[in-house]
Design a protein around this ligand. Structure first.
Ligand code: ADP
Ligand code: MG
Length: 675
């Protein structure tokens, strides 16, 4: 009997194996079919020929035509990886690099991280076997530090070139330069249907290869009057579409994680209330900090009878293509960095997107069939209130880190660097001044030892406090700050509990100290998920902070800095933050704060642990403009430290009212007096 059972068992197994095999075969076949159906496929041979004939080629094609996933595979298939050479493909966004690499690994039929991999900041998913490497533009930029001529690459693809991120723009200049003495290097600049003439022009009239797109007509609808609350308008529009429109998935563009989560919650709640009166609506978010298994969900096919709504950041504008979208809802906003070169203030602002962006968004509705785009703004606003195109990031950002990087690549004359669009002169000068103030450059504008170290570490300057010494607590803080505002969980139905939990973490000193406290307690819990759950802390953000922290520790080990712990005493920690961020100092002043150097009025963010206390002197981590200019993540300092850590930057006079040595702990009275 037993042998019969075993027999049967093995037969079953074989059968199952056969079935699994044939299933894999089916998947493989359908993958090949999908690959052949993409708009780029008929141009495969022409494209390869053009690449063979030209060193630099601009490739223009509608989003979803297969530029990112297919062209690198064509290159692999025709041997560009021979002799262990790599094909690199840059993406402006982390999520896109990861998601596309995963997809291509699947298409090629290899495990992600083997032949096909990706590399993003703090996460390297490649191996010696990797020949096709997707990466963020920032990561390729860093590779210049170790391999100035990119000798291990046979092809570099600068993808999503139209996004014109700071890093992509710098890559343009560097790659154009090395292409001159690397005649064997192929350079492909891939872009959506935008700006390609400019790219061609910049790269000495490189030819443009156009992949004709298939695009179905998209009907565009505007609102009659401006929307007071675009989030609510999105929710209502989705439900209206769901109830009144024929089948087809829906894509909503919002500006960030918080908005997206709120929108998804609202949609789910209203669907629950409507119950069986409506068919199923699958609500799926996508944004940078979303875990990758959740990200992958947006690509799974919609079950018949239901409708999918993807609520996305700009990532879905051109970086990721979701099949089956027929309806697009576009409130017309995006989150943009903006920089005031006069005051040196950088802030993230929700602003109207450009007309070019709006048109790309609308285009997402017409990939598979005729579609509809609902713009939650008026036709007048489209014409008169939106810019034609988005200003390249290089013209609206702090250039500190880029200047540092270029200097360490030996590029000293930044004024004459080959920029496609040069940054404003003041911005460049200010960056040089700040780096000088930090001690990264000497008075000749040359990189100092400290500057070189700063360039090697893709981290906050505050980590490098004092001569070759840092404290692990500061490392934790830097890691926590890098996961930026996604630590505390505040679900709508448990606001009171969540706020109480948050209050329990408050310690004197400010938000940096609170973050450190959260991390320390979590570590003491054994990095427990349950602990996070009980304390309204987002587990995945903490996990990420832990990853970042480990990587930073590795980096610090590599450059052999000494460790000097400051357990139990917050002063050295706060001084370290001051040393790194002294140019972000604000002083209490009537009704709010004033930045020390530029007398700009700013306010403590209501979420801050120092919102009530309002100490006299603060260092802020970042500024966010919503209803007014808010400082997010602030730490209380003693103004005398400023003279200690940045004597070249501050004069005694500027810090005058600090003459009362100790800050009074109770600021309530002072606040009243100030009215
Ligand atoms: P382009 O770069 O020209 O915009 P892509 O190469 O990104 O085009 O996309 C080609 C096709 O691959 C699209 O139909 C898209 O839906 C599909 N695709 C891309 N990434 C994924 C993924 N992670 N899962 C499933 N399909 C994907
Ligand atoms: Mg692409």
């Amino acid at each position: 009997v037993s042998s019969a059972v075993t027999m049967k068992g093995t037969q079953d197994e074989k059968e199952r194996e056969r079935m699994a095999l044939s299933q894999a075969e089916v998947v493989k076949q359908s993958i090949q079919e999908v690959r052949r159906s993409l708009p780029v496929f008929p141009y495969r041979e022409d494209l390869l020929l053009a690449i063979q004939q030209h060193q630099i080629l601009i490739i223009e094609g509608e989003t979803g035509s297969g530029k990112t996933t297919q062209i690198p595979q064509y290159l692999m298939e025709s041997g560009y990886n021979e002799g262990g050479m790599k094909i690199g493909c840059t993406q402006p966004r982390r999520v896109a690099a990861m998601s596309v690499a995963a997809r291509v690994a699947q298409e090629v039929g290899v495990k992600l991280g083997n032949e096909v991999g990706y590399s993003i900041r703090f996460e390297d998913c490649t191996s010696e076997r990797t020949v096709l490497k997707y990466m963020t533009d920032g990561m390729l930029l860093r590779e210049f530090l170790t391999e100035p001529d990119l000798a291990s690459y046979s092809v570099v693809i600068i993808d999503e070139a139209h996004e014109r991120t700071l890093h992509t723009d710098i890559l343009f200049g560097l790659i154009k330069d090395i292409a001159r003495f690397r005649p064997d290097l192929k350079v492909l600049v891939a872009s959506a249907t935008l700006d390609t003439e400019r790219f061609s022009c910049f790269f000495d009239d490189a030819p443009v290869f156009r992949i004709p797109g298939r695009r179905f007509p998209v009907d565009i609808f505007y609102t009659k009057a401006p929307e007071a609350d675009y989030l609510e308008a999105c929710v209502v529009s989705v439900l209206q579409i769901h109830v009144t429109q024929p089948p087809g998935d829906c894509l909503v563009f919002l500006t960030g994680q918080e908005e997206i989560e709120t929108c998804c919650e609202l949609l789910q709640e209203r669907c629950r209330r409507l119950g069986s009166k409506i068919s199923e609506l699958l609500v799926l978010p996508i944004y940078a900090n979303l875990p990758s298994d959740m990200q992958a969900k947006i690509f799974s096919p919609t079950p018949p009878g239901s409708r999918k709504v993807v609520v996305a950041t700009n990532i879905a504008e051109t970086s990721l293509t979701i099949d089956g979208i027929i309806y697009v809802i576009d409130p017309g906003f995006c989150k943009q960095k903006s920089y005031n070169a006069r005051t040196g203030m950088e802030s993230l602002i929700v602003t109207p997107c450009s007309r070019a962006s709006a048109n790309q968004r609308a285009g997402r509705a017409g990939r598979v069939a005729a579609g509809k785009c609902f713009r939650l703004y008026t036709a007048w606003a489209f014409k008169h209130e939106m810019e034609e195109t988005t200003v390249p990031e290089i013209q609206r950002t702090n250039l500190g880190n880029v200047v540092l990087l270029l200097k360490s690549l030996g590029i000293n004359d930044l004024i004459h660097f080959d920029f496609m669009d040069p940054p404003p002169h003041e911005t460049l000068v200010l960056a040089l001044e700040q780096l000088y103030a930090l001690g990264a450059l000497n008075h000749l504008g040359e990189l100092t030892k400290l500057g070189r170290r700063m360039a090697e570490l893709p981290v906050d300057p505050m980590l490098i406090y004092g001569p070759g010494c840092f404290c692990p607590q500061v490392l934790t803080i830097a890691a926590m700050l890098s996961v930026n505002n996604s630590i505390f969980y505040r679900p709508k139905d448990k606001v009171v509990h969540a706020d109480n939990a948050r209050q329990n973490f408050v310690v004197p000193g400010g938000d940096h100290m609170v973050l450190l406290n959260v991390y320390t307690q979590w570590a003491e819990s054994g990095y427990s998920t349950q602990w996070c759950y009980e304390n309204f802390i987002q587990f995945r953000s903490m996990k990420r902070a832990r990853d970042v922290r480990e990587q930073l520790e590795g980096l610090m080990d590599r450059i052999e800095v000494e460790v000097c712990s400051s357990e139990g005493d917050s002063v050295p920690i706060r001084k370290a933050v001051t040393a790194g961020y002294f140019y972000h100092t604000a002083r209490l002043s009537k009704g709010g704060y004033k930045t020390v150097k530029h007398q700009q009025t700013v306010y403590v963010h209501p979420n801050s642990s120092l919102f009530e206390e309002q100490p006299r002197w603060l260092i802020y981590h970042e500024l966010v403009f919503t209803t007014k200019e808010f400082m997010r993540q602030v730490i209380e300092i003693d103004s005398s430290w400023l003279l200690e850590v940045a004597p070249h930057y501050y004069k005694n006079k500027e810090l005058e009212d600090s003459s009362s040595k100790k800050m009074p702990r109770k600021q309530g009275k002072a606040k009243e007096e100030l009215g």
